[in-house]
Design a protein around this ligand. Sequence first.
Ligand code: ASP
Ligand code: MG
Length: 419
Amino acid sequence: MKVYKFGGASVKDAAGVRNLAQIARNTEGRLFVVVSAMGKTTNALERVMEAFWQGHTGEAVVAMQTIVDYHAEILADLWGAPHLPERVRTFYEELEEIITLANPKSRTYEEWYDRIVSFGELISTTIVADYLSFDGTSAEWLDIRRIFLTNSRFRDANIDIEASTPRLLRAVDSSSAKVIVGQGFIGATESGATTTIGREGSDYSAAVAGYILGAESVSIWKDVEGILNGDPKQFEGVSYIPELTYLDAIELAYSGAQIIHPKTIKPLQNKSIPLYVKCFLNPSLPGSVIKEQISKPIDLPILILKKGQTLLSIKPQDYSFILEERMAEVFAILERHRAKVHLIQNSAISMALCIDHSRYLEEIIADLHAGGFSVKYNTDMELLTIRGYTQSQLAEFVEAEGVYMTQRSRKVLRILRKS
Ligand code: ASP
Ligand code: MG
């Protein structure tokens, strides 16, 4: 069995869904297909969530309607006439009921977020599974919330792989369909509350499915030729890397390369399952492969730009040294507010941290103040990581204007600068 993951961009329109169907048809053997929400649906659902949370029901309904219209267009194109799968209609009803009738304050922001945003994947997978059947490929839709058991850390849930294993094996074994279609990104707690595992998390869902199923390979279908040494939208003259080790890939993903979600590699590495990054625009291209051993090391500098960073400069108010204990206090606060830390630099009495932009920045700062720290911060920063940097890059990037902080090892150069 193989596992394929199709991201939002690959199913952003009817042509994308047809292309997916063709790729599935042309693949020999059974397939487990993980699909994200179509196009920018997750962002659109985040707008529904914001409006609902603010109590702006009218606005939430309008935002939901754009999502309904968007999918209606894709459905009409695929079926050649207006078409609304029964299950999609039910999802619309559920979502509408939430945004018009539920009291936002009856649950946490995070819990509502997961409940609302998960509809993107529930809808996309229903459309894909129905279309595969309509197109003549036997397919079965799976509600992955009944399979992937997670903890209740909403918006950042962890899949309990052990507990999920028998459920997934049972579901796959009891199906005779060639293609099984499940949602990326979502799961559910023991008590059935819908959870999500973090933005762009579908890669990880696919990796977990691959791990449990002992897949022959996992392929992530993207709109690029394979893995490149930089994002072509951000850097000029990038080139394609045919092979990477699991270790290379983990480092890349951790530094913020958008190509794969950082959590994806571990389960695959644990079972030596190769991960392919393939181009859905041209499936005959070889793509890139991530595996244990590669034939030749990467000889290109790899550039990764992580935007939306905030720099926190933290000092104990009493000028006591920042030692382990105090660092632990700082990290406990960050962990409580789920801040993701990407760069750490400390001196005798100060610590500088680069974190992802957080909606809880005010709370983080307040808690640090309460803990006896003084804090300065700069938002709108970006973190540039260059693996295998050259001397000329060192000169060019370190000396540039707007650089706040640099960190350098023999292999890796990291620069925090103003966006
Ligand atoms: N649809 C979700 C997102 O856009 C998950 C994913 O695409 O991996 O973040
Ligand atoms: Mg997506």
